[in-house]
Write a protein that binds this ligand. Structure first.
Ligand SMILES: [Zn+2]
Length: 213
């Protein structure tokens, strides 16, 4: 009897592949606050943490609010020869929206605003029912998969580095001061990094799978 049970357990044995080096590991129950790493390359496979869904959800909502501020508040103001000008990121996108520069405008809007916002909404959509203990919403798996696929295309932090480099050049020609949107962007980058680090993908996929049953 014991042998029969063991052999059926062996058949049902499931594996986790390391996303970094493809080494296969037998899936085991990972308790909260423990970290499972790849035995070959040390890549973190799973790191379930207590209240991590609530933390990731609150960081995602914070990031969405910061993003609104970062896009619509004045980003920088320039002063030269008695003239001053202040602009927001949305104004800057619209300034390129006609003629040959239109593709640039669309790319900036996608990479800096729409894709990061879509990712954050998809993560919130996936996590809200998990935080409140209900069944996942319809298509939550698709939403979470989309959020993961779009991760490399979410470039708010690259934008801020680009702006910093450009401002070093401009500061010789005009006096530059940062508006509230600049600080909102800086905070957004930090919150995004915290949210990405707090999110254990393995645990989320596992919860989606188990709650469906
Ligand atoms: Zn590995």
């Amino acid at each position: 009897m014991t042998i029969a049970r063991e052999s059926s357990a062996a058949v049902q044995r499931r594996y986790i592949a390391c996303p970094h080096c493809d080494t296969l590991h037998v899936e085991a129950l990972i308790p909260e606050d423990y970290t499972a790493t790849c035995r070959h390359c040390g890549h973190v496979l799973a790191a379930p943490r207590r209240n991590s869904y609530a933390r990731v959800l609150s960081l995602a909502v914070t990031a969405l609010i910061l993003m609104l501020g970062a896009l619509f508040f004045p980003f920088i103001s320039l002063e030269a020869a008695g003239l001053s000008n202040r602009t927001s990121v949305v104004d800057a996108m619209l300034a390129f929206s006609d003629g040959l520069m239109l593709p640039l405008s669309i790319a900036v809007a996608l990479l800096i605003a729409l894709i990061p916002a879509a990712r954050l909404c998809a993560i919130a959509y996936t996590l809200v029912p998990l935080v409140f203990g209900g069944r996942p919403y319809r298509h939550a798996e698709t939403a979470f998969r989309m959020a993961e696929r779009l991760r490399p295309w979410s470039m708010a932090e690259i934008f801020i580095v680009g702006v910093a480099v450009a401002l070093v050049k401009v500061s010789g020609l005009a006096s530059v001061s940062f508006g509230p949107a600049f600080w909102a962007f800086a905070a957004l980058v930090i919150v995004t990094v915290l949210q990405d680090n707090a999110m254990c993908r393995y645990t989320i996929w596992k919860s989606l799978e188990n709650q469906r049953r």
